[in-house]
Ligand binder design. Structure first.
Ligand code: GDP
Ligand code: MG
Length: 195
């Protein structure tokens, strides 16, 4: 490597929130390891996994945090949100109650340290620059494979996302539909915000 070249490393923390059993842990395991677990137990302890995505020829690492079975409101600690650049807010399209709770999760996100701590640590050999940035939030309607027992329409998801200024996508951790795309959109948005 010549002296002129700089090493730029991007590491973005992203959190996944939403009601219990909407598929948060399986979305993460599908994205990070291409695994699905039909009998997944509630996550114990704080857990994150990393996955790299190539954006504009650069390797971007996403460190994705999964709630530690703390899916009750106010139970997710500020440490969970601290330093996050993005959030996936997940509901289950086959359980309306999980969609109705999206507003509460948004409140929690807005009240958290999320925005305060959304800063970038962009490592550059020459500049070692820090800069402020905004956060990327995506509403995710998971379990779209369960079309027969759907309780929340695609349009309802879309319009909620639109009114709250969120990205929106429907996914299936079971059959992999849109899982990679969901994470990639959030990661790309963060990347665009900071670069
Ligand atoms: P979490 O509590 O939000 O982390 O949810 P989990 O990932 O543990 O998933 C809860 C349950 O839903 C498990 O039985 C999963 O197998 C199931 N599940 C997760 N994602 C999907 C999906 O996309 N489709 C279907 N049909 N089931 C899913
Ligand atoms: Mg879980």
């Amino acid at each position: 490597m010549s002296d002129d070249e700089t090493v730029e490393e991007y590491l973005f923390k992203i959190v996944i929130i939403g009601d219990s059993a909407v598929g948060k842990s399986n979305l993460l395991s599908r994205f990070a390891r291409n695994e699905f677990n039909a009998h997944s137990k509630a996550t114990i302890g704080v857990e994150f996994q990393t996955q790299s995505v190539e954006i504009d020829g650069k390797e971007v690492k996403a460190q994705i945090w999964d709630t530690a079975g703390q899916e009750r409101f106010r139970a997710v600690t500020s440490a969970y949100y601290r330093g996050a650049f993005g959030a996936l807010l997940v509901y289950d399209i086959s359980r309306r109650a999980t969609f109705d709770n999206v507003a509460r999760w948004l409140d929690e996100l807005n009240l958290s340290d999320f925005h305060l701590f959304a800063f970038l640590l962009k490592y550059n050999q020459k500049t070692k620059a820090h800069s402020d940035t905004t956060v990327a939030r995506m509403l995710v309607g998971n379990k779209c494979d369960l079309e027969n027992t759907r309780e929340v329409s695609l349009d309802e998801g879309k319009s909620l996302a639109e009114s709250e200024g969120l990205f929106f996508i429907e996914t299936s951790a079971l059959d992999s539909t849109n899982v990679w795309t969901a994470f990639e959109i959030v990661i790309r948005e963060i990347y665009n915000n900071v670069s």
